[in-house]
Design a protein around this ligand. Structure first.
Ligand code: ZN
Length: 454
C-alpha cells in the first residue's frame, strides 16, 4: 500500500484539504480521507491525471522541422508532407521505440497518465509487412514498458488514398492493410500488449473517411469486443469537400447517419462542423478528441467548444503531432481559440466553475472515456492516475482550489508538476521522469541516425 498526502486535492466530491490517499498494490485507489495528518509522500495539490487521447508518436521527431514552405503560397503543407515522406522512407523499429518512449515520458512529465496511441506506422519502407506483423505494435508496447505510461493502443486501419478508393501514395504504403491483414494485425497487437500491466487497453481506429471503405467504417466497432473506437473526422475544409463530393454528405452528417455512434467512439479534431452538426453529435455521447496545439499549428480551424459544451458534449485532449507536449498549454489554447474567435474572455467557464476547473474536469472524464480506462476522478476503485502540482511554484504561491487550476492552465507549463502516477506507478518525481537519462539518451541516438540518413 502506497500512501500519498496532499495539502489540497480535487476529489470526486470537489476540493478537500489535508487529504490522505491510499493506493493498493493493484494500482487502484484504495481510500481517500480528507482532514488527515501528513503521512507518506507529501505533495501540494493532488489532481486526477488525464489521459492524452490522441498521439502519433513518431511525428515527435519532426517537431520544429516543418516551418518553411514551397514556392506557391497555397502549398503551405509542402515542407510537412515532404519531410514526413522522407521520414517514412527511413524510420526503423528501434527508432520508433526510442521516439515513443520519449513521447510517453514527456506526456507523464506534462501531467498525462495515459498515452492513447493512434498507431498507423505498421510496415517496412516500401510497404511489405515485417516478419512479425505486429513488430511496430511490439515497439510501442516496449516503449510503454520502459516509460511506465498507461497505454491504450489503437491499431489503425488505413487502406485507401482518398474517398474514391485510389491506391495509397508511396508515402502511405507503410500504413496500409486490406481488411483480412488488418484483422490479423489486431490479434498481433493484442499479443504485443500481453506483458504490460493490467491497466493496458486495446481499442481500434479506422483512420478517416478518406482512408477506409464505408463498409469497414460501419463495422469497425465490431473489430474489438470492447475498447474505444477512434476516428479522425472533419479536420480540414478539403476533407469536408472531398467527402461531400464522393459520398453526398458532410463528414459529420455522414457519420451521424451511418455509424453506430455511442460512448465508445472518440472523434478526433471536429474543427469543421456546422452548428447543427455540433448540437446533434454532442448528444450521442461520443468524445471530441481535441488537439488544440496541433490544430493551431496545422491551421485546421477552431473547434466550437462553447456550443459543444452547452450541448453536453464530452471532450478530451491529445497532443497529436507532438510538436509540443503540455497539458497546461493545450487547455490554454483551447479556451484562447474561443476568445480570439468571439472577442470574449473566460470563454468556457460556467456559472458554477472557472475556466480552468471546468476544462480540467471535462478532459479528465472525457479522456478516461476515450482511453477506455477506469480513471479520470480521484475516487476509490479507479486507477490511481494522479498528478501533483508544486504549490511552492512562484505562480501558485498561496493559491487554492479553482484559482490554482486556473493559474496552472493560464500561466503554467510542465514545470509546475512535481509528481505523476499512472495506475499507481510513481513515474515522475520532483518534476522528472525516473528514467529520464536512459530515455533521452536513446532518443538522441535515434534522431541523430535518422537525421543523418535523410
Ligand atoms: Zn491524428
Amino acid at each position: 500500500m502506497n500512501v500519498i498526502w496532499a495539502e489540497q486535492a480535487l476529489t470526486a466530491d470537489g476540493w478537500a484539504k489535508d487529504v490522505r490517499v491510499e493506493v493498493g498494490a493493484d494500482g487502484r485507489i484504495a481510500s481517500v480521507t480528507p482532514d488527515s495528518p501528513p503521512v507518506g509522500h507529501c505533495v501540494g495539490a493532488l489532481l486526477p491525471a488525464p489521459a492524452n487521447s490522441h498521439s502519433h508518436a513518431f511525428q515527435r521527431a519532426m517537431a520544429g522541422l516543418t516551418e518553411q514552405r514551397g514556392a506557391s503560397k497555397s502549398d503551405s503543407f509542402w515542407t510537412w508532407r515532404h519531410l514526413m515522406f522522407r521520414f517514412l522512407d527511413a524510420l526503423t523499429p528501434d527508432q520508433v521505440q526510442a521516439i515513443a518512449a520519449l513521447v510517453q515520458m514527456e506526456m507523464l512529465e506534462a501531467g498525462f497518465a495515459t498515452n492513447v496511441e493512434f498507431h498507423y506506422l505498421h510496415h517496412q519502407p516500401g510497404g511489405r509487412a515485417y516478419d512479425r506483423l505486429g513488430e511496430m505494435a511490439e515497439r510501442i508496447a516496449a516503449a510503454a514498458e520502459t516509460s511506465g505510461v498507461g497505454l491504450t493502443l489503437l491499431p489503425v486501419h488505413y487502406q485507401f488514398g482518398g474517398c474514391d478508393q485510389r491506391p495509397l501514395a508511396p508515402g502511405q504504403v507503410r500504413f496500409g492493410n486490406d481488411p483480412d491483414q488488418f484483422a490479423r494485425l489486431i490479434e498481433a497487437s493484442r499479443a504485443a500488449l500481453g506483458t504490460l500491466p493490467a491497466d493496458t487497453v486495446l481499442g481500434v481506429a479506422p483512420h478517416s473517411l478518406r482512408a477506409v471503405s464505408q463498409e469497414d467504417l460501419r463495422r469497425a466497432a465490431g473489430w474489438v469486443a470492447e475498447g474505444p473506437v477512434h476516428l479522425h473526422l472533419a479536420e480540414q475544409i478539403p476533407e469536408v469537400e472531398e467527402v461531400q463530393a464522393h459520398w453526398g454528405a458532410r463528414p459529420v452528417d455522414w457519420a451521424l447517419d451511418n455509424l453506430p455512434l455511442d460512448p465508445r467512439w472518440c472523434l478526433i479534431h471536429l474543427t469543421q462542423m456546422t452548428p447543427k452538426e455540433t448540437d446533434t453529435l454532442a448528444k450521442t455521447g461520443v468524445v471530441a478528441g481535441l488537439c488544440p496545439l496541433t490544430e493551431a499549428s496545422l491551421g485546421d480551424g477552431v473547434f466550437d467548444g462553447i456550443r459543444w459544451g452547452d450541448a453536453g458534449g464530452r471532450m478530451s485532449i491529445g497532443s497529436d503531432s507532438n510538436i509540443r507536449i503540455s497539458l497546461a498549454e493545450e487547455l490554454r489554447q483551447l479556451d484562447t481559440s474561443q476568445r480570439l474567435r468571439d472577442h470574449s474572455r473566460a470563454a468556457m467557464a460556467t456559472a458554477e466553475h472557472s475556466t480552468g476547473r471546468r476544462l480540467f474536469e471535462a478532459i479528465c472524464h472525457g479522456g478516461a472515456q476515450a482511453a477506455g480506462r477506469g480513471s479520470g476522478c480521484l475516487e476509490v476503485g479507479g486507477w490511481a492516475d494522479l498528478l501533483a502540482l508544486n504549490t511552492q511554484h512562484i505562480d501558485l504561491e498561496g493559491l487554492q482550489k479553482d484559482t490554482l487550476l486556473d493559474s496552472f492552465a493560464f500561466t503554467g507549463d510542465n514545470r509546475m508538476i512535481s509528481d505523476v502516477w499512472a495506475a499507481g506507478r510513481h513515474l515522475v518525481q520532483e518534476g522528472q521522469h525516473i528514467r529520464r537519462a536512459e530515455i533521452t539518451n536513446a532518443y538522441r541516438k535515434a534522431v541523430r541516425t535518422l537525421r543523418d540518413g535523410l
